[in-house]
Design a protein. Sequence first.
Length: 98
Amino acid sequence: MCIEMKFIFFVLYVLQFLPFALLHKLADLTGLLAYLLVKPRRRIGEINLAKCFPEWDGKKRETVLKQHFKHMAKLMLEYGLYWYAPAKRPEIAGALPQ
């Protein structure tokens, strides 16, 4: 296994220890950064939304596309929970419900 993959699996392992709410905040930030930095994928999303929903204005399509990037980041960051966390995570007093 290459060093990059080992690093990714290590990061996913560490992410399982974050509170769920913090993991989602981190994913929102990651998704927003991906929206801003991964221009080819953003452009494809813009074109697809314009073709599928011509009645939507540009602001509505932009909002939906940003949400898409955030949800994709949540999915990717939650892999650490799916792969490494125990089936029942310990309850933390005062924590937000998961």
